[in-house]
Design a protein around this ligand. Structure first.
Ligand SMILES: [Fe+2]
Length: 235
């Protein structure tokens, strides 16, 4: 089964209460997708925070299921990029642990016949109070190569996937939430909007906005909820 949740921000307790949300015990056949701001790779190497987060990742590795996260804007990208890249189920990942994988931007994965497209990243509106290389990283938004790779991979998939996972949302969806897209994120939210209209998909889950809300019959903002993917029916 595929489950989806929102920004974890490195809160280990979210793992501990996960099954209260699902009402089901997750097994080795299950995947937990996190829609960005995973946050367990945040503190710089050598800091106390880094040591503690590595210990937590070791604990998470003992869980039977696999965690798959796209990146948000609050990740230590220098640290993320230090992990080896490999191809997993047809798309590129950073392997953090045996069962913890970072879904890189613009990739399409085929997981037991279900095609998942990932597009992480977003602009940090709180950038002004963060320090570059310590609590903020310039890679938080996709670069040209990542956009090109995303487009090429979608073309290869004939613009047809089952699930889209992203951190922020298509521009129109942001307005439908009663929010306003940040101008610094115009390229990304515009790109996501283009995907929303040009790519066939069944369900789209995104985080970033720290809200649990079904926006359309196919698009859902997710934060604390843990949702099991159903091909048809409710989000
Ligand atoms: Fe967040």
């Amino acid at each position: 089964m595929l489950y989806f949740t929102g920004d974890l921000h490195g809160e280990y307790s979210r793992y501990l209460c996960l099954e209260r949300y699902t009402g089901e015990k997750l097994t080795g056949d299950d995947f937990l997708f996190v829609c960005g701001d995973y946050g367990f790779l945040f503190y710089p190497v050598g800091s106390n925070g880094y040591t503690e987060q590595q210990r937590q990742l070791n604990e998470i590795e003992k869980l039977p299921y696999t965690t798959l996260f796209c990146d948000g804007n609050h990740e230590n990208f220098d640290l993320l990029e230090s992990y080896p890249v490999e191809v997993w189920n047809g798309g590129k990942v950073h392997r953090i642990r045996s069962n913890i994988l970072h879904l890189m931007r613009g990739q399409v994965y085929n997981i037991d016949g279900t095609k998942v497209f990932s597009m992480g990243g977003a602009y940090s509106i709180d950038k002004y109070m963060r320090q570059s290389g310590y609590s903020w990283w310039s890679q938080e938004r996709p670069n040209n190569d990542e956009y090109k790779e995303a487009s090429a991979n979608l073309v290869s998939a004939e613009n047809n996937v089952d699930i889209i996972i992203s951190h922020t949302a298509p521009r129109e969806i942001i307005y439908r939430m009663g929010r306003v897209p940040d101008m610094h994120d115009a390229e990304l939210t515009g790109f996501l909007e283009w995907i929303m209209y040009e790519v066939s998909f069944k369900k789209w889950y995104f985080g970033h906005w720290h809200i649990d809300q079904v926006i359309t019959d196919k698009v859902r903002a997710i934060y604390f909820d843990v949702v099991r993917y159903e091909e048809k029916g409710s989000l």
